[in-house]
Design a protein around this ligand. Structure first.
Ligand code: NAP
Ligand code: F7E
Length: 337
């Protein structure tokens, strides 16, 4: 029986990956940081909370990482934990650098010391492309991060490559474009939209208040992306891979897809912070804009080229952005009382 350790097992991807690995017969261990109320709700929703072994783990604590790797040696180590919200990274830039950058070398160097044959996955991100230097973005596209989050992840990305090249470790970096699901955190734009629209569809009256609706993202389904992570670690030779759908969509169009899935007829009018949307069927205002949700520097366009992953890993995204918006909106609607 193979053993795996997942940092960030309580997060969106951690929960889907735990389920995938359990279904494949792995013994799954996961790192959970100390918070006032332990959050295993995603693992519970997927029905796997009782099947995983949870250990106290914090990215920022060197000796805790050392003891974890010493006491729970595994075949595959997936580093999914991070301060993952881009907006917060301007408020917590130093913490973000530590958790999303320095922590990667803490883990890699401990693995190098204690168990160098462990296969390692690093959760890199399309945010590293930032002000994009090429369209679509691929593994070789020059990086130009636009947030403290993106900058910290660039360090994690390069140190993962460096430990592979320096010490021959099987360390792979997945450059994943945005991926979402009904388990997505409520602060990310897709879930913020589907939750607010579901409440409106249930009779509520509060519009969703957003920032830049012109930004474009390449959105896929998280369930597909964790399969790609696993496939990377099954290769004989470690490497870096983009996972993306190859389709880009504005925030405005994502709102349209989610609203239509809930039977609304969204009509947009106005510009900039005066833009609004109403549901033509009910006349209710469903979208408002606030400066509060604009970022100090924006990533305007992301669209990925996942042809290397398709060729080497046989991986392809299976859920369209319309299907994703529908899945999320329906899940939020069904869950509301
Ligand atoms: P998420 O839902 O925000 O989960 C993040 C996880 O990290 C949570 O389990 C969180 O624990 C844990 N964590 C945060 N700070 C920690 C610390 N100091 N010590 C230990 N654990 C800590 O994120 P996700 O969407 O699943 O993303 C997984 C990874 O992929 C992240 O590294 C993210 O940056 C990266 N990524 C995500 C996407 C995407 O679109 N989802 C795309 C590219 C890359 P709590 O439950 O206690 O908060
Ligand atoms: O923003 C715009 C915002 O926070 C998407 C993380 O998983 O994917 C995620 O990062 C876009 C941005 O995701 C609101 O300005 C408008 O252009 O959902 P988001 P993100 O920043 O793309 C990458 C790949 C990761 O690696 C990250 O970990 O939506 N936007 N209005 C808004 N965004 C939010 N959150 N809230 C708004 O009200």
């Amino acid at each position: 029986m193979k053993k795996a350790f997942i940092t960030g097992i309580t997060g969106q991807d951690g929960a889907y990956l735990a389920k995938l690995l359990l279904d494949k017969g792995y013994e799954v261990h996961g790192g959970v940081r100390r918070i006032s109320q332990p959050e295993t709700v995603r693992l519970e929703k997927l029905g796997v909370a009782k099947d995983v072994h949870l250990h106290e783990f914090d990215l920022t604590e060197m000796n805790n990482i050392f003891r974890t790797i010493r006491d729970y040696p595994v075949d595959e180590f997936y580093n999914l934990a991070a301060q993952s919200f881009v907006g917060t990274s301007w408020e917590l830039p130093i913490y973000t650098a530590d958790a999303d950058g320095m922590a990667v070398v803490r883990i890699l160097d401990t693995l190098r010391t204690l168990k160098p044959d462990t296969r390692f996955y690093q959760a890199s991100t399309s945010e590293m492309f930032g002000l994009v230097q090429e369209v679509p973005q691929r593994e070789t596209t020059r990086l130009y991060p636009r947030s403290p989050y993106g900058v910290a992840k660039v360090y994690g990305h390069y140190i993962t490559m460096n430990y592979r090249e320096s010490f021959g470790m099987h360390s792979s970096s997945g450059i994943l474009f945005n991926h979402e699901s009904p388990l997505r955190g409520k602060e990310f734009v897709t879930r913020k939209i589907t939750l607010a629209l579901a409440k409106l569809a249930k009779g509520g009256s509060d519009p969703v208040v957003l920032g830049n609706l012109d930004a474009k993202r390449d959105w896929g389904f998280a369930g597909d992306y964790v399969e790609g992570m696993w496939r990377m670690l099954q290769q004989d030779v470690a490497d870096d891979y983009v996972l993306a759908t190859g389709v880009t969509t504005t925030i405005r169009d994502f709102i349209r897809f989610a609203a239509e899935a809930l039977g609304m007829e969204p009509v947009f009018s106005g510009e900039g912070i005066h833009e609004t949307a109403i549901d033509a069927k009910t006349g209710k205002r469903i979208v408002e804009i606030s400066e509060k949700f604009f970022r100090p520097a924006e990533v305007e366009l992301l669209i990925g080229d996942a042809s290397k992953a398709e060729q080497n890993l046989g991986w392809k995204a299976t859920v369209s952005v319309q299907g994703l918006a529908q899945m999320m909106a329906k899940a939020d609607y069904d869950e509301l009382a």
